[in-house]
Design a protein around this ligand. Structure first.
Ligand SMILES: Nc1nc2c(ncn2[C@@H]2O[C@H](COP(=O)(O)OP(=O)(O)O)[C@@H](O)[C@H]2O)c(=O)[nH]1
Ligand SMILES: [Mg+2]
Length: 394
């Protein structure tokens, strides 16, 4: 049909002349773009019936099209399919990830099931022995992610420099010896620069210091936990000796929260020999007396453990060590420390965090234990399974 003819028809019957091409365009759009499903699975359908993006992809393209080379998915509708192959908002491969949390396990066979472990360490000081101990763990490193949070202080700067050097050495080494991922955060919240052991443990600074530690732990946890994380191992930067099979041993107990017994090796000045003493008193089982003390406290008061001026009569795991007993012996706990404590990721995922405020008169790791209990998770400790805190000379 010539152009003159079209303009004649258009004048005579404008409606038909306009409708024909419009219907044609409509049909073409329907053929090529019909049946688009949500790529992000946000269309309200159940996750179990949800199709993976590539399964529901119905893209038409001509063989000479550049579309063969471009990534599969786009947030943008491909309405410009005919004249332009370039889609501005391309999504790189792997950009959309689906995780079925029902299939994420944390079991007594963590190693066999290839369960991923996230080791989290708030770090004020970097100790070579901490890193060496980490490297001697026998759980496969491709199943281990590491996360650190370092205070914004002068000691933190030094720790960061040393940590980065250690990370570089390990991650540039043999490929199969590398950790699967390492995250280093600088702390956003307040920190206490280089308090000496005595000052640090003085009762009057506890509430502030432990509140700051709680914030640091939360920042670290919520920035690093992933949808693939099965377990979280809280391991303080001054834990310098653990059994090589630490992760296998602790996961084998299959407990929601499980604390190892933190001891300290020190030089006994009298015998001139290395001796051992209990270190972490935050792993405890409640007592009637402590519950009564808490009941009589003002809302914002916190009950701390391990202070003579506040006798709680709680059962301290640190004092329950029996050298002749089984390493696998368990005891039920109500409070935990963060020295070496294994947590099923679902406990944190369900919302158990480290309160920086008095929670049932408890704070930080002990408050976390209380919160986990309120979420109906059980908490255990291993009185005969020892890990060692560094000896501090101050
Ligand atoms: N991010 C961060 N970590 C800290 C801070 N203070 C201590 N830490 C780390 O937190 C953990 C526990 O602290 P620490 O002072 O050893 O407590 P203690 O063992 O209970 O006396 C250790 O790994 C420290 O290196 C801080 O202000 N910020
Ligand atoms: Mg310590």
């Amino acid at each position: 049909m010539s152009l003159a003819m079209w303009s004649y028809r258009l004048r005579k019957t404008p409606l038909v002349a306009l409708l024909v091409p419009l219907v044609l365009v409509g049909v073409l759009l329907w053929v090529f773009l019909g049946n688009e499903e949500s790529l992000l699975g946000l269309d309200g359908s159940s996750i179990s019936t949800h199709k993976w993006a590539h399964e529901s992809e119905k893209t038409f393209y001509f063989p000479y099209s550049h579309m063969f080379k471009t990534p599969k998915y786009s947030y943008k509708k491909k309405s410009n399919w005919l004249f332009s192959d370039t889609v501005e908002d391309n999504i790189p491969a792997g950009h959309i990830s689906h995780y079925d949390l029902n299939k994420l396990t944390s079991t007594d066979k963590a190693f066999a099931n290839k369960e991923q472990v996230l080791i989290l360490t708030p770090m004020q000081t970097f100790h070579d022995q901490y890193w060496d101990n980490l490297l001697q763990l026998t759980y496969p490193r491709d199943l281990i992610e590491l996360g650190f949070i370092i205070p914004r202080t002068a000691t933190g700067d030094t720790a960061l420099r040393k940590l980065e050097a250690a990370v570089k050495r390990t991650q540039l080494g043999k490929k199969d010896q590398r950790f699967s991922k390492i995250t280093i955060l600088r702390q956003d919240s307040q920190s206490f620069d280089s308090l000496q052991e005595k000052e640090r443990h003085a009762l009057k600074v506890q509430k502030e210091r432990r509140a700051a530690m709680a914030l640091a732990r939360n920042e670290l946890l919520f920035s690093t936990i992933g949808p693939h994380t099965s377990w979280i191992l809280w391991l303080d930067a001054d834990i310098i000796e653990t059994p090589p099979s630490l992760i296998q041993d602790m996961t084998a107990h299959n407990k929601p929260v499980l604390a190892a017994n933190v001891y300290q090796k020190y030089m006994n000045e009298e015998t001139k020999k290395i001796a051992e003493r209990p270190y972490d008193f935050n792993n405890w089982a409640d007592s009637e007396k402590a519950l009564q003390m808490a009941a009589g406290m003002a809302d914002d008061e916190v009950l701390f453990e391990g202070y003579a001026e506040l006798p709680t009569y709680r059962t301290l795991m640190a004092h329950m060590y029996d050298a002749s007993g089984s390493q696998a012996a368990e005891m039920s706990l109500d409070g935990v420390g963060g020295g070496c404590t294994l947590v099923k990721a679902e406990v944190h995922r369900d919302g158990a965090m480290f309160p920086s405020f008095p929670f049932y008169h408890l704070i930080e790791t002990e408050g976390f234990a209380k919160m986990a209990r309120r979420l109906e998770y059980e908490i255990f400790g291993l009185p005969n399974y020892l890990v060692y805190h560094i000896e501090e000379f101050n």
